[in-house]
Write a protein that binds this ligand. Structure first.
Ligand SMILES: [Zn+2]
Length: 410
């Protein structure tokens, strides 16, 4: 019995000790909450500090920067696509850096890339980096073309029937080196065989147009059935898209042939029908010198026709493009030319069906439109080497080409 009572006592003592410990813990809690209650006045600062600490603990885990195009012109705005995860990341600030022409390029807070004169003729690696310590970065290359200068003349050089790898690439090399833009009216069947060349045209800033699929002689595109014409158009679009290039907005029918039926079919796809007004007739003369001399006859606003499938044209382009640039000419795509004339000189019309051009032919939008100089409106009539132009050359001192241009014209 004694043993039992001893046991009972020690158990009671143990229980008491436990109760005491629990009471102490409970008191500790009570006094802690009491202390915080007394600190009510200083609560603001402490909670802010706590919030900041919490915010910094939500870092960016994924950064994705997408640039919709591989090139821009100085003066154009380029909205970038920026995706940051998680949604609740606190510090979403990005630090932008540029491998070249750093002082002429900027990206706004809402992700719009802009350039100033000085950025042209560079291929710039653009890098976005997180600043919250997560050390994530994304880069892309951007080819920067010179700004469109409405005080100087324009030409749209166009190449049909390609791509043909050796000659097309050699011509693209010239365009690339000179930061010149041109338009390639590709054949669907060639785009199927050589998608890399179609993609390279696009990546280098060229416009890719449709020249239909087969270039059939009999029947010609215009003499095909409506169903055949539609197939020619759709198969070409599909080939261009498969090459990773946007659906074309320009179409040049083979031989420029068109009748109302063909025109309506082409227009039903939203295409602009684009012909030319300076035909080098390269296929007929088959001479580098001849093509060169024909290109050098270019006047402001001309759409020049040649074919990128001929070896002899490579040398002609190699000579003519830098020479025309030296004379003040700007090489633009057909859509850019349309944009320039449509917004600045409504009355301009040569041999092209400008009224058939559609607004979605515009590749990029320019932030501002400047006044079309009156001297250019005068030369828009298309006279070659006239006295009128000689007078203009004196007035427009920045455009010596108008004087020099008279020699090749003869
Ligand atoms: Zn053709």
């Amino acid at each position: 019995m004694n043993n039992k009572s001893v046991n009972l006592r020690s158990m009671l003592a143990l229980l008491l000790a436990l109760i005491l410990i629990m009471a102490t813990v409970a008191c500790g809690k009570a006094s802690a909450s009491g202390a915080s209650g007394k600190d009510q006045a200083g609560k603001g600062n402490k909670e802010e500090a706590a919030t900041e600490a919490a915010d910094n603990s939500v870092p960016i885990t994924d950064l994705k920067v997408t640039c919709p195009v591989s090139n821009i012109r100085v003066g154009e705005e380029l909205p970038l696509q920026i995706e940051i995860a998680p949604e609740g990341a606190t510090n979403k600030k990005l630090k932008w850096s540029f491998s070249e022409a750093d002082e002429y390029i900027d990206v706004s807070k809402d992700g719009v890339l802009t350039t100033e004169p000085g950025a042209e003729k560079h291929v710039v690696k653009v890098t976005a980096k997180t600043t919250d310590g997560s050390n994530l970065e994304q880069s892309f290359d951007l080819r920067i073309f010179p700004e469109i200068d409405l005080d100087r003349p324009f030409v749209a050089i166009t190449f049909d029937d390609g791509p043909n790898p050796s000659t097309t690439n050699a011509i693209l090399d010239v365009m690339e080196e000179n930061y010149a833009k041109g338009t390639f009216f590709v054949l669907g069947k060639c785009a199927v065989s050589y998608p890399e060349e179609v993609k390279r045209e696009y990546d280098l800033g060229m416009e890719v147009g449709s020249h239909t699929y087969s270039h059939s002689d009999s029947p010609t595109f215009a003499n095909m059935s409506e169903a055949q014409e539609k197939k020619e158009i759709e198969d070409t679009n599909a080939a261009i898209e498969k090459a990773g290039v946007p659906t074309p907005v320009l179409l040049r029918p083979p031989y420029g042939a068109k009748n109302d039926k063909a025109k309506n079919v082409i227009k039903s796809y939203g295409f602009s029908i684009i012909n030319w007004n300076l035909d080098t007739e390269d296929w007929k003369y088959r001479s580098s010198d001849h093509t060169y001399q024909e290109i050098m006859k270019a006047q402001d606003g001309d759409i020049i026709l040649l074919h990128d499938i001929h070896e002899f044209n490579v040398d002609a382009v190699k000579r003519a493009v830098p020479e025309l640039i030296d004379q003040g000419y700007q090489f633009v795509t057909v859509s850019e030319l349309y944009d320039i004339f449509h917004t600045n000189n409504e009355g301009y019309a040569k041999n092209n069906d400008w009224d058939e051009l559609v607004p979605n032919g515009i590749v990029h939008s320019r932030p501002e439109q400047r006044q079309w100089p009156s001297s250019n409106s005068q030369s828009a009539g298309g006279q070659t080497g006239s006295e009128e132009e000689a007078t203009e050359a004196e007035e427009v001192t920045e455009a010596p080409l108008l004087q020099e241009d008279q020699d090749p014209v003869e």
